[in-house]
Ligand binder design. Structure first.
Ligand code: SAM
Length: 370
């Protein structure tokens, strides 16, 4: 597929196509359409024969007409969410970040190790198409075989070369060829010296190592430095949700509102002073009486409290509000789909300068002795 997307480019689904049977963001699966086969889920049965010839993207009824699925084109994003897991996989938030930081684009040649379940490989095939190339390596025989069949079935072999190889012990055969390297291995530091040889000598290269724990990151960064990589940076991709909510917004007070407010506060204080004065006057006129009780103790009867209603009223009644008009405004944040996964590993990036700026192998360019 010169577009780096699997499936045919026809408007209608044909036998042999990979179709995403979509029932919801948490509920999708892929089917490879085959005459005579039947796809069934909890919403019903869908004979493949009824799917052949249907337009991509259709809402498709089950045999009884009670359930339905959407028949979607297998984009790399949907493939990542429905592929058969043979390993841990990379999800779209990490893939997007790596794509951006490794400067991946059409025409790029790159290396990936290991291939695993092919989630990253499928996404990259689309990114680098039509003239780029992905060399991907897997040392587990079973995963290698399965990925090979998938790449063939999805028409990706022009863009993706899969090799069965242990890259930590046997390195890479590619030399002076690639722009970028991505290592998703338990011990990426063991493959760094070999990975360095694969970069184009006259260009700046980028590498990314994907590791779930900081101890691995530390070993990787130490080796990256030793190999003369520069701009070593580590990132963690965290998905943050934003909600959409409604809030009340009051217009700002005008100058007239402000003057009225000050005036009201002045009035209120004056009334409070007057109320205080009249209450102390009435206290004087009506002092507390000491009354002798039968048991010999002394009871103090306080003068009845006089309440100035105006002064005792809540402040908000006295202080005029800015305009009563209230506008309801909707705040819409980005709410990522629930299937978006956050941190799965740390991403360590580094740059390899063109060879003339690198210093000799194994030496740091900014090393004082260099
Ligand atoms: N990036 C893949 C994806 O998105 O589907 C997942 C890769 S998975 C986490 C790591 C893979 O690396 C495993 O399949 C493992 O067999 C393979 N692997 C580990 N060490 C390797 C080595 N030295 N050479 C080649 N493959 C290796």
């Amino acid at each position: 597929s010169r577009f780096g997307q699997f499936g045919t480019r026809s408007k209608h689904i044909a036998a042999g196509d990979c179709v995403i049977a979509y029932s919801g963001p948490q509920n999708m699966t892929f089917i490879t359409v085959k005459a005579g086969a039947v796809f069934a889920n909890s919403y019903g049965r869908y004979p493949h024969d009824s799917i052949i010839g249907v337009e991509w993207g259709s809402k498709h009824p089950s045999a009884t007409g009670r359930g339905f699925i959407h028949l979607l084109w297998p984009t790399p994003e949907l493939w990542t969410l429905s592929l058969p897991h043979r390993t841990q996989i990379l999800y779209t938030p990490d893939i997007s970040f790596i794509t951006s930081f490794l400067d991946l684009r059409p025409g790029v040649k790159m290396i990936e190790a290991g291939t695993g379940s092919g989630s990253f490989s499928h996404a990259i095939a689309r990114t680098i198409a039509p003239t780029g190339h992905l060399y991907t390596f897997e040392y587990n025989a079973d995963r290698y075989e399965k990925a090979l069949v998938e790449f063939q079935e999805h028409g990706l072999t022009e863009l993706v070369t899969l090799e069965h190889r242990d890259v930590c012990s046997d390195g890479f055969e590619q030399r002076d060829l690639v722009d970028a390297v991505f290592l998703d291995l338990p011990s990426p530091w063991e493959a760094l010296e070999a990975a360095k040889q694969t970069f184009k000598k006259h260009k700046t290269g980028k590498i990314c190592c994907f590791s779930p724990c900081v101890e691995q990151v530390l070993r990787t960064t130490a080796e990256l430095q030793k190999q003369g990589f520069v701009e070593i940076k580590m990132f963690e991709v965290l998905v943050r949700s934003y909600d959409s909510r409604k809030t009340e917004v009051r217009p700002l007070p005008t100058r007239a509102d402000e003057e009225q407010r000050r005036h009201d506060i002045g009035n209120k204080k004056r009334k409070e002073r007057e109320a205080a004065a009249s209450s102390s006057a009435s206290d004087a006129a009506n002092p507390a009486k000491k009354v002798a009780t039968e048991d010999g103790s002394v009871k103090v009867e306080l003068a009845e409290e006089k309440v100035d209603e105006a002064a005792a009223a809540p402040a908000s009644v006295n202080v005029s509000q800015p305009q009563e008009v209230r506008t309801v405004r909707e705040f819409t944040g980005l709410k990522p789909p629930r299937e978006a996964t956050g941190h799965t590993s740390y991403l360590t990036f580094a740059t390899l300068l063109p060879q003339i700026y690198r210093g000799s192998d194994g030496e740091k360019i900014n090393d004082e002795s260099a």
